[in-house]
Design a protein around this ligand. Structure first.
Ligand SMILES: C[S@@+](CC[C@H](N)C(=O)[O-])C[C@H]1O[C@@H](n2cnc3c(N)ncnc32)[C@H](O)[C@@H]1O
Length: 274
């Protein structure tokens, strides 16, 4: 079949083939629908026991939690299942739609709010805020990261904590630098990923082309573009301080070890001191 660009959305090559070319976006509908299936939700599942250990060490028993940039709601739902009052804020309505469906299926209540993390409000101050899986790296300007931290502080009770992981500048430069990969994520999801690092902006832009097998054996193509900025531990500490939060701990993520220079992802705890 010849390539007829006027009918690109229905262009069949041969079976199995690409049948739908969705518009490139960031956390668009197609990606939201496959996010969990592709395995992206497993990161926050893994973070929950780690956060539990951190809470235990700090002797904190939160009753109310904010999951900032909650995505498809995996962590928020796990926390709500414990009887905590949970708010989930995210900037993608498609991710939130999946989160709401999952919460309904699990029969738990999470108050999900569609909002940018630089300007969100929730109806009460909480004991704990979390932001998981690179979410803060989507804030690509340092002063906007401070704005996010200010929003968080304004929604934390006195002595409330903010726990988050974040990719370092080192990871952006050396881990994700101009990498090109193609691989099967699952038996049904194939991805082409290409990274472009911008040294000046300290960002890496990941362009993903996912091919997702449908029931009729044809493949749906989903295009996504994600830009993340890397931060140094000093920049993060400075941003927390500027926002009125105190950095109480910083570790290599999933460990209790102080971050080395080559740490790719760090886990930080900021506190809203009186
Ligand atoms: C890698 S996902 C992580 C989602 C979830 N925390 C998890 O662990 O699976 C990043 C999330 O950040 C959200 N996000 C990115 N920029 C945002 C912004 N400026 N305001 C609110 N949410 C944002 C995206 O919509 C996406 O759901």
């Amino acid at each position: 079949m010849k390539n007829d660009s006027s009918n690109f959305n229905n262009y069949h090559i041969s079976k199995p083939a690409v049948v739908v070319a969705m518009q490139g976006s960031t956390y668009g509908m197609g990606f939201a629908q496959v996010y969990d299936k592709a395995g992206f939700s497993s990161f926050s599942e893994r973070m929950i026991p780690y956060i539990d250990q951190q809470l235990e060490r700090l002797n904190i028993q939160p009753q109310s939690v904010l999951d900032l940039a909650c995505g498809t709601g995996t962590a928020a739902i796990l926390l709500a299942k414990r009887g905590l009052r949970v708010y989930g804020v995210d900037g993608s309505q498609h991710m939130l739609e999946i989160a709401k469906q999952k919460a309904a299926e699990e029969k738990v209540h999470v108050e999900f709010l569609l909002s940018d993390m630089r300007s969100f409000t929730i109806p009460e101050k909480v004991d704990l805020a979390v932001s998981l899986y690179d979410s803060l790296n989507y804030i690509v300007k340092l002063k906007e990261l401070v704005s996010v931290f200010v929003r968080v502080r304004e929604h934390l009770k006195e002595n409330g904590c903010f726990m988050f992981d974040i990719n370092t500048l080192y990871n952006m430069k050396y881990g994700w630098d101009n990498r090109f990969s193609v691989f099967w994520m699952t038996d049904d999801i194939f991805v082409i990923e290409s990274n472009v690092h911008d040294q000046g902006r300290r960002t890496t832009t990941k362009s993903f082309t996912f091919f997702v097998k449908r029931e009729d054996e044809l493949f749906e193509r989903i295009l996504e573009e994600h830009t993340e900025r890397g931060y140094t531990a000093n920049e993060i500490e400075g941003a927390l301080t500027d926002a009125g939060l105190e950095l109480v701990s910083c570790y290599e993520c999933f460990t209790f070890t102080k971050p080395q220079l080559e740490a790719g992802r760090i886990f930080c705890i900021g506190k809203n001191l009186p």
